[in-house]
Design a protein around this ligand. Structure first.
Ligand code: ATP
Length: 545
């Protein structure tokens, strides 16, 4: 027993001196404090009585402490203080009570704190949650805790239930309480593990209700399709409320009067938002929440300038920023640490690994012609749609589409040369099952949640390990199983080892000769490849003439 306790608290030494103010909170709690809290709850009940959660609004004190309270060591939500809140709640409702009573808590704050720490450690171990930072809030046990701990409105819980979500995913268990307690965070969790709701849910709970005060939350996504998907997912969660979630579209940037626009949450790509900022069309000074989804992509050189512009425009000093991705390079972590305030780091499982629910295979195709033959053969043998095929460039995506479009396969294509409407159609038709095979560039490699993709084919070898992780992560989402096939030619062999490492760390077997290859440092591996065609060269010449 003692052994397991040592294990759980390995490296953790409770510093009573450091947390003296928090002990004082336990000791100095008075009847007035209780009354004050009751008044706050009542005030909130008056405002939105039909939506008010049944359980006591523990979060009222934390929401009133919004303005940079996290800067003060005294007011930070230390774990002991959380315990205090939940014991108060359990007295009032008699629910979720373990065995703590007020007296016990007051007399034994240290014991209580240890108990909570032990529970948190067990829970984090169970869900493979790794955290670092100060005073990290306990992971959620269930969605209902959102009401009991944070005063979440009923409609959100109802909508989560309607979506069929029975319990929070590991990233939701930990990231939601962190953001709800007013802390900044950067998080890395596998593809398809529910990161979207991990940041939308706490945002809506904290914003509480629709307001005419202007934009209060911004979510940045690196691609239009992902921004549109995030807006759609967010709207599922606000059903039954007056919240306004808006997607920044081209017409909106051009024509909208943002000073009059009803918008609580704005979802945009960095480019579109930067344009609106530059044209002085939009005021982001009241933004309380900023989420950088697929943060490592957003921090790439091509987007960094726009991100910088948006971060600067969100000038509210109390802003809470968060970074989410399935891949978190050390450089992004460093950047995050330097710009964020007292941020909590959350990693689910092992950092930068592929989803374990995807069966991964490497296939040597020899030449470009060999790839096309292999693809046709596999379709002829067993086409199990939906299938997503990734290409290294829009030119190659067009070429493959031209090769396959006249065959019996319902095939679509998406790349950045297509007009927005056609891009949207390509995604919608694929979602609706009208196209079985979607040929794509990396524009949809990240974040896109197509239900039940059976197979991802990396027709062209990905240009980085993170591209590989995101591409194959379009399959095997939300616990489902999936498959990923990666074609390679001689040119790709030097880079096999990097993919092989990712494969083995997510439980897939890799031929031993690949593991003996030298690891190569890669910078965007996109070799010049022969064009895609199986037509005999002579017939091509005839046609060109
Ligand atoms: N608590 C939950 N229970 C069941 N399903 C969930 C839960 N939360 C989210 N999902 C579903 O899981 C799927 C993947 O979620 P999401 O798109 O947020 O993944 P992600 O972690 O952002 O992936 P990626 O890294 O690819 O962006 C979605 O279909 C979503 O509806």
């Amino acid at each position: 027993m003692e052994k397991s306790a040592n294990f759980l608290f390995g490296g953790t030494n409770f510093n009573r001196k450091k947390f003296a103010p928090d002990f004082a909170k336990f000791k100095n709690r008075t009847v007035e404090d209780d009354d004050r809290n009751k008044k706050l709850s009542f005030f909130e009940q008056e405002e939105e009585s039909e939506e008010e959660p049944e359980q006591e609004k523990i979060a009222s004190s934390s929401s009133s402490s919004k303005k940079r309270k996290r800067k003060s060591a005294n007011s930070e939500p230390v774990e002991g203080f959380d315990v205090f809140k939940s014991s108060k709640k359990s007295r009032s409702k008699g629910k979720e009570v373990e065995h703590d009573t007020k007296d016990e808590t007051l007399e034994n704050p240290k014991k209580e704190l240890y108990r909570r720490m032990e529970q948190d450690a067990l829970s984090r171990k169970q869900y493979n949650i790794h955290v670092s930072g100060n005073n990290i809030p306990s992971p959620l046990k269930s969605f209902t805790e959102l009401a009991s701990r944070y005063g979440c409105k009923k409609y959100i819980l109802r909508n989560l239930a309607e979506l069929g979500f029975k319990e929070p995913t590991p990233i939701q268990r930990q990231a939601i309480p962190i953001l709800l307690s007013g802390r900044e965070c950067f998080a890395c969790a596998p593809t398809g593990s529910g990161k979207t709701f991990a940041f939308i849910c706490p945002m809506l709970i904290k914003l509480k209700r629709h307001s005419t005060d202007g934009i209060r939350a911004v979510i940045l996504s690196p691609a239009r399709e992902l921004a549109a998907q995030t807006a759609r997912e967010g709207k599922k969660l606000i059903k039954g409320s007056k919240f306004n979630i808006r997607l920044m579209t081209k017409p909106l940037v051009k024509t909208a009067d943002f000073s009059k626009l009803q918008c609580d949450v704005l979802i945009s790509t960095p480019m579109r938002l930067k344009r609106a900022i530059k044209a002085k069309k939009i005021d982001l000074s009241k933004v309380e929440y900023l989420v950088l989804d697929e943060s490592d992509k957003l921090f790439e050189q091509s987007m960094l300038k726009q991100i910088d512009g948006v971060v600067k425009a969100c000038s509210n000093p109390s802003i809470i920023r968060s970074l989410f991705s399935a891949t978190l390079p050390d450089s992004v972590e460093e950047l995050a640490r330097s710009i964020m305030h007292d941020a909590v780091r959350v990693i689910i499982g092992r950092k930068n690994t592929a989803s374990e629910t995807v069966k991964q295979k490497l296939v040597f195709a020899g030449t470009e012609e060999g790839k096309l033959l292999a693809l046709r053969q596999s379709f002829a043998q067993s086409l199990n749609p939906p299938v997503l095929i990734f290409m290294q460039s829009k030119e190659r995506a067009k070429q493959l589409y031209d090769e396959l479009k006249c065959e019996d396969i319902r095939v679509g294509v998406i790349h950045s040369d297509l007009p927005p409407g056609e891009r949207e159609n390509a995604v919608d038709s694929f979602r609706a099952g009208e196209t079985w095979v979607l040929i794509a560039t990396d524009v949809i490699a990240r974040g896109m949640d197509f239900k039940g993709i059976n197979c991802v084919i990396n027709y062209d070898f990905p240009d980085s390990a993170s591209a590989y992780i995101h591409r194959i992560g379009r399959s095997g989402r939300a616990g489902r199983s999936g498959e990923a096939i990666t074609f390679y030619t001689e040119e790709d062999v030097p880079f096999l080892r990097n993919i092989a490492n990712t494969m083995t760390s997510s439980g897939c077997e890799v031929p031993s000769w690949i593991m003996t290859l030298k690891k190569k440092k890669w910078k965007k591996h996109r070799p010049k490849r022969d064009s895609i065609s199986t037509r005999p060269k002579d017939s091509k010449i005839e046609q060109e003439e």
